[in-house]
Design a protein around this ligand. Structure first.
Ligand SMILES: *Cc1c(COP(=O)(O)O)cnc(C)c1O
Length: 386
């Protein structure tokens, strides 16, 4: 028997990385020495002390049972302590919820607050889950273009009165994937004012909050009054090389945190407690391991940017994330055309900007998660194309 997919699934745009993977597999089968700078998934190991903490915690029988859906109180307290370092005060009981990776929370939050037809403000280019979760909730996506001339920040004055009044929720993400831009304090203040005026929930995705070169960028929740209008999603994935572990959090507005919790109680049963204990070890540590991770990305960034610029590529300056965002050469019509050409001629996988939404067209993204020599080799191959 063949069963028809639901309309909501049929309406999904093809998942970018699945398409990229097909092209990559075809090249591998031809015996090409493929270098994948596509997906942002750290290849370095999780720091040892975190793995050790999991090992110990996994032997405790009480951790083998269903976890509480909100997360262990000790984990939520560790998240609150982590935010104390940034002078943000959180009530671990009411303003912190553990997530099975931040993607899980981002995917579920529209279900808690968006009715069919409500507007969700979504940045483009942006993390694809902002759009798909909007679609699943029946919400109407209104795109906020992230333009280079605006520092890849949305121009809130361009959102129509009508859309602003109908908007229930706004997604933001800084340091930004894919553009690698950061947002200044002034921008967040403007967002908070806008959200108050139109009664909009701000959902700030801070997956890259700890991945920066020298100066830590300010984050949404550190801005006065942020908690009145929204929440921040955080994650251990990128900070501690823990993408496979699936542990994150949402913090901020009590009412919003509670709403997401209601959805979660009905869908999942919380993150494995042994993983939460390892997460506590990570969050309460002296963060020295994160300094090491930052230094590695900084070195890779400097090397990649220098080689790309020497080859004639126009690179967006950046101080954060582990992505480099740059313009396609003018003699290629689209980002996609260039990406296919690059894979064909050099065996290097890079990501076309339009895979993150229409406003990403004309750009390319490489990820700095591969080993330094492989990135160097890949960028050197790219340089031969210009
Ligand atoms: C990687 C990533 C996430 C997801 O992180 P998890 O916590 O592993 O689910 C969320 N947002 C952005 C922008 C990301 O790049």
């Amino acid at each position: 028997m063949k069963f028809e997919l639901s309309d909501r699934v049929k309406d999904l745009p093809p998942y970018l990385f699945a398409q990229m993977d097909q092209l990559k597999q075809a090249a591998l089968q031809k015996g090409v020495d493929v270098i994948d700078l596509g997906i942002g998934d750290p290849q370095d190991p999780t720091p040892d002390f975190i793995v050790e903490a999991l090992h110990k915690a996994s032997k405790k029988t009480h951790n083998h049972r269903y976890p509480s859906y909100v997360g262990m109180l000790s984990f939520r307290e560790a998240v609150a302590k982590f935010y104390e370092r940034k002078d943000v005060k959180l009530d671990p009981q009411k303003e912190v919820l553990a997530l099975i990776g931040s993607k899980e929370g981002i995917a579920n939050i529209p279900l808690a607050f968006v009715n069919p037809g409500d507007v969700v403000l979504v940045p483009s280019p942006g993390y694809p889950v902002f759009s798909s979760s909007t679609l699943f909730s029946g919400g109407r996506q209104v795109t906020m273009p992230l333009l280079e001339k605006n520092g890849f920040l949305p121009d809130l004055s361009k959102i129509s009165q009508d859309d602003a009044h109908r908007a229930k929720l706004m997604f933001l993400n800084y340091p930004n994937n894919p553009t690698s831009a950061t947002a200044p304090l002034e921008f967040y203040k403007e967002v908070i004012e806008f959200a108050k005026k139109y009664n909009i929930i701000v959902c700030h995705d801070a997956a890259y909050a700890e991945i920066y070169c020298d100066k830590r960028p300010v984050s949404f929740l550190e801005v006065p009054h942020a908690k009145e209008v929204g929440v921040e999603f955080g994650s251990l994935s990128k900070t501690y090389n823990m993408t496979g572990w699936r542990l994150g959090w949402v913090v901020g507005n009590e009412n919003v945190v509670h709403g997401l919790g209601k959805i979660k109680t009905n869908i999942d049963s919380g993150a494995f407690q042994a993983i939460q204990e390892a997460g506590i070890a990570a969050l309460l540590s002296d963060q020295k391991c994160v300094e090491d991770i930052r230094r590695v990305y900084k070195n890779k960034r400097e090397m990649a940017v220098q080689l790309l610029e020497e080859a004639g590529f126009q690179v967006t300056p950046s101080e954060a994330t582990f992505y480099v965002w740059f313009k396609k050469p003018q003699n290629f019509k689209t980002s996609g055309e260039f990406v296919t050409h690059v894979l064909d001629k050099t065996g290097v996988v890079i990501t076309p900007g339009n895979g993150f939404g229409e406003w990403g067209e004309g750009y390319l993204r490489i990820s700095l998660t591969a080993p330094q020599e492989r990135i160097k080799e890949a960028v050197t191959r790219l340089a031969t194309l210009l």
